[in-house]
Design a protein around this ligand. Structure first.
Ligand code: SF4
Length: 176
């Protein structure tokens, strides 16, 4: 299996098998984050992803949970993601959870119907960083998202989302 760059996952995915589907983050500009600074966003080739899945199958006899990395895997087109999810489902029939990172904007790029397709194909959770609901704070941090988009993104329809809260800064706690 091949992993490129630094690898991140939420602590709740500590026991998950990691399948690298993308590299980096589609935004990669947030001023507080250096996770993928050295990495330009790209989607791995489907052959490469499938090879990693097959190799993981040979290494791990029982896998209950899979986390697709890197940042913003939900930004990938639905058709591509469905191929990956279907490959995971057929290769790891015992797997009960498949999760990934997604920007709140990424939920809105998909219709509810497409999110439902992803859920049906086995995707059980998306993690998204809200960071703030304050316009000035979002602009200051270069989050690439407006408060309105953040509010819309918090209602991702059929797909459960975990949205960790963060409090940054100093004087703007109330607005934040
Ligand atoms: S969107 Fe997330 S991963 Fe990307 S730069 Fe911002 S905080 Fe970091």
């Amino acid at each position: 299996m091949g992993y490129e760059g630094k690898i991140y996952r939420p602590w709740t995915e500590a026991n998950s098998l990691l399948i690298q589907t993308t590299l980096g983050c589609t935004n990669n500009k947030c001023t507080f984050c250096d996770m993928f600074m050295e990495q330009r966003f790209r989607i791995k080739g489907v052959d490469e992803i499938f090879r990693d899945i097959d190799q993981a199958r040979q290494m791990y006899p029982h896998v209950e949970s899979i986390f697709l990395i890197d940042g913003n895997v939900l930004a990938v087109k639905t058709g591509f993601l469905l191929q990956v999810l279907e490959k995971v489902a057929t290769t790891f029939p015992e797997c009960e959870r498949i999760a990934l990172y997604g920007g709140l904007n990424d939920f809105k790029r998909e219709t509810a119907d497409k999110l439902a397709q992803l859920k049906q194909a086995g995707l059980t959770m998306a993690y998204a960083g809200l960071e703030s609901g304050d316009r000035v704070t979002l602009e200051r941090f270069k989050k690439g998202m407006t408060p309105e988009q953040a509010v819309k993104g918090m209602d991702p329809g059929p797909l459960p989302a975990q949205i960790p809260g963060k409090v940054f800064g100093d004087n703007s706690v109330k607005e934040h």
